[in-house]
Design a protein. Sequence first.
Length: 121
Amino acid sequence: MISALENRGIDAVIERGLALVQTAPVPPREQVTRVYKLKLSDETFEVSRLPDGMLSASGRYLDRIIHTTDFEKPFQVTLLDQRMRKIGVEKALRKRGARDGQNVMIGGHVFTLGEETTTKR
């Protein structure tokens, strides 16, 4: 007889349960195949040519970082430059034909493309 109230037979139940668990066969591991889908990055942008011939780079992330930059603060301009380099804005503009000294539109603002950095006009 087993009684939790009278504390009888509990040890025998626990020992029997432990023995069953220890002798139970281990089920084979299921082979899991994971599928990863590429999600469009927030950092994607497009380069296009405006009707007046000026090159333009625009995208959700790019527009946001341009609009949140305070161009009066050098560290924010440096951070913007690093972010644009990381996502390849200048490289993409140059691939489409942009040259040093040429005005380009990035995130709705006109910049002059330079050798070291892109400066806002």
